[in-house]
Design a binder for this molecule. Structure first.
Ligand SMILES: *[C@@H]1O[C@H](CO)[C@@H](O)[C@H](O)[C@H]1NC(C)=O
Ligand SMILES: *[C@@H]1O[C@H](CO)[C@@H](O)[C@H](O)[C@H]1NC(C)=O
Ligand SMILES: *[C@@H]1O[C@H](CO)[C@@H](O)[C@H](O)[C@H]1NC(C)=O
Ligand SMILES: *[C@@H]1O[C@H](CO)[C@@H](O)[C@H](O)[C@H]1NC(C)=O
Ligand SMILES: CC(=O)N[C@H]1CO[C@H](CO)[C@@H](O)[C@@H]1O
Length: 556
């Protein structure tokens, strides 16, 4: 391995590799390939060859394939073969019939039209498992420049996907993120109906899943995205801010009106400097803190140093991971502190906050139970009397408009806005607030259940776990069709916003992705080590520079 590396670097240094003639055979423990440049562009072949070498070396270290894979690697002008030339990719893997292997990449013309050139130039002596075509980015040099540092990460990602689709690597790489949770019947949520053994087994499963993820999912050790400029466009961060500290006046249901009146009397329109948006945390306190420090929102003692920044966390601080109570306390304290120091911390509801309120702890780990003081302690903390329970009920919103961006945990569709008659974001929040303020502790919910009452926290459309604003994956996972984008745009139009920023649907390999021309920004990058990956990153919006950035903290 070392020898190969030295050979490559030496030949690059001596300039003896002329890109048109590059045709070397490489061998790592698990991947053997020949490299051939079909179409060069400004020396990119040389560059890609090195990136590919680094990627395969890294992959060879984290995987242990029974039989080494053989493939031919080509550099070609991929833009000629893409249906949407504006959506360039670094690499595409083709099977032996030259059909893209990966199901996620449907935008390439299939089968690959340049297969003859590939066939002509493949090494005849060995049977290949697949072909890897690397893009020479001939069509867009500025794009190539912006991507330079990310080539090896992209190649790692592409080959890993292919190893998965070939069935050569599995758990946890090919693992669905969902823990087997058995029957999902509401009566199991209730204390007196719970079977302790079942609860223990579930917590153990959650814990084991987390441990597996930490020990086995190693792609994050190879992937190191560079900060990416998502777009350059004017951003408004005008927000209504209370100038005086508000007197809290929450009385279930009737209290809402008072609170609104209070707010209106005390608020001013204010232009704020930047917005930091952070995805799902799922019980990874260390990663949350690392992100907030990197974003210069807090110092070493976790004090707010973000001045007039706005932090938006899009929900799901809890479950799966291990330090949930600490996370809520830190965030709630920070929100208070930021307010005093001219900043704002917004925290949105995620589906997992609602699960906890409903008494569904199927995603709670053993160590979280210990920290809360058992399931009783957990339910007390999330009850109408507990600190977290009060915060969730009284303060967290389903969705928020901050400046000209719409934030929501999963996604907001035009149908969601139609849940209330008035159809506005404020009304949707008020509607959810009314339900939450009326939601008793899990004990209380059980009593209602015994009386045959289904509390709305279980069946109101705003909390529908499959298609509600905290649960839907329609936009996040759906094909990026004109229809999908126009539905997204409809929501933006109805809420008078320019973009929707969401969590909930984990983006693989820790990369913040966008859809519909950056109108949808997906920021759940699997921050928690317990959900696979443990990637660090966040979204930064700068008003003065008119820039939206995906920021990454670098290798783990
Ligand atoms: C290059 O690609 C970037 C990113 O897709 C795009 O914004 C830009 O307009 C492209 N430039 C040219 C000259 O095609
Ligand atoms: C725990 O995981 C095992 C193995 O995946 C599964 O068979 C079992 O049903 C799970 N138990 C619970 C209570 O979720
Ligand atoms: C919920 O929304 C209101 C109104 O926009 C805002 O004042 C409040 O800070 C939000 N709550 C949280 C926890 O972000
Ligand atoms: C509550 O919901 C369950 C299941 O969705 C249903 O069987 C039951 O009839 C409902 N009870 C009431 C009072 O609506
Ligand atoms: C595209 C390309 O490089 N094709 C080459 C494949 O190999 C044949 C035969 O060696 C060459 O003539 C082609 O130029």
């Amino acid at each position: 391995m070392k020898f190969q590396n030295i050979l490559l670097l030496t030949s690059l240094a001596l300039g003896s590799v002329i890109s048109e003639n590059i045709d070397y055979a490489y061998t790592t423990d698990d991947l053997k390939y020949n490299f051939k440049c079909l179409e060069d562009n400004k020396g990119v072949c040389k560059y890609l060859e090195k990136e590919l070498y680094e990627a395969t070396n890294g992959l060879s270290e984290i995987h242990n394939l029974e039989t080494p894979l053989k493939f031919e690697a080509f550099v070609d002008d991929l833009s000629k073969y893409r249906l949407y030339p504006s959506r360039e990719v670094v690499a595409v893997v083709l099977n032996k019939e030259f059909v893209p292997l990966s199901t996620k990449d449907k935008n390439i013309i299939s089968p690959y039209p340049n297969s003859e050139a590939i066939l002509e130039n493949v090494s005849k002596e060995n049977e290949n498992d697949f072909y890897l075509v690397l893009n020479n980015f001939k069509s867009n040099e500025s794009y190539l420049d912006s991507l330079r540092e990310d080539f090896d990460s992209s190649i790692v990602m592409e080959i890993t996907e292919e190893l998965k689709s070939l069935g050569l690597i599995g758990y946890p790489y090919g693992q669905s993120l969902f823990i087997p949770k058995g029957e999902f019947k509401k009566e199991f949520f209730f204390p007196k109906r719970r079977e302790p053994e079942r609860m223990d087994a579930t917590a153990k499963n959650v814990t084991e899943f987390c441990n597996d993820m930490v020990n086995l999912e190693k792609s994050h050790t190879l992937i190191n995205w560079e900060d990416t400029l998502i777009s350059k466009e004017s951003i408004t961060t005008k927000v209504r801010r209370a100038v005086k500290k508000l007197v809290k006046c929450y009385v279930p249901k009737k209290g809402k009106k008072n609170e609104d009146d209070e707010l209106k009397n005390n608020e001013v329109e204010n232009e704020l400097n930047r917005i930091i948006a952070v995805g799902d945390i799922h019980g990874d306190y260390e990663h949350l803190i690392a992100i907030l420090r990197h974003a210069k929102l807090i110092d070493e003692e976790n004090n707010w140093i973000g001045k007039d920044s706005i932090l938006v966390q899009v929900g799901d601080l809890n479950q799966r991971g291990n330090e949930t109570p600490k996370i809520y306390n830190t965030m709630i304290d920070l929100r208070e502190q930021a307010k005093e120091k001219g900043g704002i911390v917004y925290m949105l509801l995620g589906n997992h906050e609602i699960l906890e309120i409903q008494g569904n702890h199927f995603y709670t780990s053993m160590s979280d139970y210990e920290l809360y003081g058992g399931v009783e302690g957990l339910e007390e903390a999330f009850s109408p009397e507990g600190r977290i329970g009060q915060f969730v009920r009284q303060e967290m919103n389903v969705t928020m408009v901050v400046g000209d961006s719409l934030f929501v945990h999963a996604s907001l569709t035009p149908e969601h806005l139609a849940i209330t008659e008035e159809g506005t974001v404020d009304d949707l929040n008020a509607h959810a607030r009314e339900i939450l303020l009326d939601t008793p502790s899990v004990e209380g919910l059980y009593e209602l259940y015994l009386q045959g009452v289904n509390h709305t926290v279980y069946n109101d459309p705003v909390f529908n776990p499959d298609n509600g604003p905290l649960g839907t994956r329609e936009f996040a996972n759906g094909a990026e069709t004109d229809e999908m984008c126009s539905r997204l745009e409809k929501t933006l139009e109805l809420t008078n916003t320019k973009r929707m920023i969401v969590g909930h649907t984990v983006q693989t390999y820790g990369k913040i992705r966008t859809k519909c021309n950056n109108k949808l920004i997906l920021i759940d990058i699997g921050i928690s080590r317990c959900i696979g990956g443990g990637y660090y990153g966040y979204l930064e919006m700068l008003t003065d520079k008119k820039e939206i950035w995906a920021r990454y903290l670098g290798g783990n």
